[in-house]
Design a protein around this ligand. Structure first.
Ligand SMILES: [Zn+2]
Length: 120
């Protein structure tokens, strides 16, 4: 397992950005009673469970995007804690610091991202 080679200052700055983003997005989600991020619960019988899934899938795209961003932030924070932050998940090389500052949840470097996009 590789250790990230970023300075402590840089990593603390990133962590502060991620945490403030997380608070902001959590706030946006909890402001809306439909979007507490919890799977709705109606009961235990099969029909009720089917209804839960339908409700979960019918969430608005903007809420889905917020929840996805929240998950990205959480996984970035986890990588920070594990000392693996800023390492490209594809090529195992450090990601450019400017890219991380602009998009702290990045988990792949510019060239891998480009390769992936070109393939689509
Ligand atoms: Zn890469």
């Amino acid at each position: 397992m590789k250790k990230s080679s970023f300075s402590k200052d840089f990593l603390e700055k990133i962590k502060a950005i991620l945490l403030s983003e997380k608070i902001k997005i959590s706030g946006e989600l909890t402001n809306n009673p439909d979007t507490d991020g919890q799977f709705p619960e109606y009961g235990d019988n099969l029909e009720d469970n089917a209804q839960e899934v339908t409700d979960f899938l019918s969430k608005k795209p903007v809420e889905m995007a917020l929840e996805r961003t929240l998950r990205d932030i959480d996984s970035a924070l986890k990588r920070l804690d594990e000392g693996k932050y800023g390492i490209c998940k594809y090529c195992d090389k450090p990601i450019d610091e400017n890219r991380l500052m602009a998009r702290p949840t990045s988990s792949s470097c510019v060239s891998c991202k480009k390769t992936l996009l070109d393939e689509v």
